[in-house]
Design a protein around this ligand. Structure first.
Ligand SMILES: Cc1cc2nc3c(=O)[nH]c(=O)nc-3n(C[C@H](O)[C@H](O)[C@H](O)COP(=O)(O)OP(=O)(O)OC[C@H]3O[C@@H](n4cnc5c(N)ncnc54)[C@H](O)[C@@H]3O)c2cc1C
Length: 419
């Protein structure tokens, strides 16, 4: 790709063969000659994260169609993504995949998947829209260095030297590439920390309860403003589920600073405060004085409710009528403000991302172009943008890929007309 073609067509180099790089290439291949686009991928295979995403089903996006609501799912990138989502959002994503013959379904929690329930469908679709159209793919061809001179980009790779008019960087969370990028440009980076992880705890409350789910709980991280509501899943090591994963994303940096040693307070019945829980207990006592605590249930999984009683009051066998007032207070507190020590984190295997990456101040979010170097574009996880779990991370890759492609087209036209 070293030479500018006689017809004046310009060359585009896409660094990174992941979701963002491939989507950008697919968008470009709709408007410019695909043979002028090259994807450089350092690994043997492309789209590897797409392959394993969503437990092999690929949670492509999320059924949230209002950009103002959509941005609320991005702890990093909330402000910057609003404009881009007005141009290309979840509905554009599903529409594009539909047009390629990939039907997308929505699950009850809003997550969207290909109806095949196979990430291979998405890989095949992206392959067809790029490589089969003539986009050049160079695998095992890591970019080691690049620089701008004489109005062109010079790219040094494992397989030799290349030139391009425009570059799209979509190298994901590879910190090795951050160094290359930092060296080649004056862009700066925000240090990486993990996001989307589960909380470890040794709390007795959860012993032998692995697999039990609480449908709706409010989880607060003590001494912080971090609070989240939603399902909580008890695992072998602690707590997972949407309420926990959301906290891990919004608190990614703060929790890292605490070395993942912190405490949380959980309300297992978020529609109640302590007084309302107490009133409910008094009401049940009034109507069923001969029952025991273990045989009533505030609509929580039975095994969990029993564990909550045992871990709060011990083996309490007395009838409700005989229980002292203080014990009712204790159980009302346990229901609505249960303290738990968190002792570490574990990887959430269905999805994880890195918080951190290219600092956002020097990016023009109209087209994801560098404000420092015209002709240099970015997309996907290389940016300091990440989301909670549920398909939002891919949506950022599709949106940035689309807008970068539009920006590249404009850039090439401008370059051509001013040549
Ligand atoms: C297990 C798992 C499951 C996930 N599931 C989901 C999900 O269901 N839904 C969702 O929305 N998100 C999911 N995610 C997050 C999502 O996969 C990422 O946000 C998304 O893949 C980012 O795309 P990207 O193109 O920016 O980066 P990547 O997909 O990481 O692609 C970057 C590519 O660049 C290449 N590269 C790096 N350095 C160089 C170099 N120097 N030269 C050339 N190439 C280079 C890499 O090898 C890689 O192929 C999941 C993540 C994981 C880890």
């Amino acid at each position: 790709m070293a030479e500018i073609k006689a017809d004046g067509q310009r060359q585009v180099a896409i660094i990174g063969g992941g979701a963002a790089g491939f989507f950008c290439a697919a968008m470009l291949a709709e408007t410019i000659d695909a043979h002028n686009i090259t994807i450089f991928e350092r690994a043997e295979n492309v789209l590897q994260k797409v392959k394993i995403s969503g437990g092999g089903r690929c949670n492509v996006t999320h059924a949230c169609f209002d950009p103002k609501e959509l941005v609320k799912n991005y702890p990093r990138g909330t402000k910057e993504l609003l404009g881009p989502f007005y141009t290309f959002d979840t509905s554009n994503t599903t529409e594009w995949f539909n047009k390629q013959g990939v039907s997308i379904k929505t699950e009850s929690d809003g997550r969207m998947f290909p109806i095949s329930d196979s990430s291979q469908t998405i890989i095949d679709c992206l392959w067809k829209a790029t490589v089969l159209k003539g986009v050049a793919l160079k695998t095992r061809c890591g970019v080691k260095q690049f620089n701008f001179a004489h109005n062109r980009w010079f790219i040094s790779t494992d397989k030799g030297e290349f030139e391009a008019d425009a570059i799209m960087v979509a190298t994901g969370s590879s910190q090795q590439f951050w160094n290359i990028l930092g060296h080649a440009t004056n862009h700066s980076f925000v240090a990486p920390v993990p996001s989307l992880f589960t909380f470890n705890t040794q709390a007795n409350l959860f012993q032998n309860l692995s697999g039990v789910a609480i449908q709706n709980a409010e989880v607060k991280i003590n001494n912080s403003k971090l609070v989240s509501t939603g399902p909580v899943l008890i695992t072998h090591w602690g707590l997972s589920g949407p309420a926990i994963l959301k906290l891990s994303a919004w608190g990614a940096r703060w929790l890292n600073e605490k070395d993942y040693q912190f405490s949380i307070t959980v309300n297992w019945k978020p529609t109640w405060n302590k007084h309302q829980a107490f009133d409910w207990l008094m009401d049940v006592k009034k109507h069923h004085p001969k029952k025991k605590l273990a045989t009533i249930n505030p609509e929580l999984p039975t095994r969990f409710w029993h564990s909550l009683i045992i871990n709060t009051l011990g083996n309490e066998e007395r009838l409700l009528a005989d229980l002292p007032h203080l014990l009712y207070e204790k159980i009302a507190t346990a229901l609505t403000a249960y303290p738990i020590e968190i002792t570490g984190k574990s990887t959430f295997k269905d999805e994880f991302v890195t918080a951190g990456g290219l600092a956002l101040q020097k990016i023009d979010f109209k087209n994801f172009q560098s404000k420092l170097h015209p002709g240099l574009f970015f997309g996907g996880e290389v940016l300091n943008i990440d989301a909670i779990t549920g398909g939002f991370n891919f949506q950022a890759a599709w949106t940035s890929g689309f807008l970068a492609a539009k920006g590249i087209e404009q850039f090439l036209i401008k370059k051509h007309t001013s040549a």
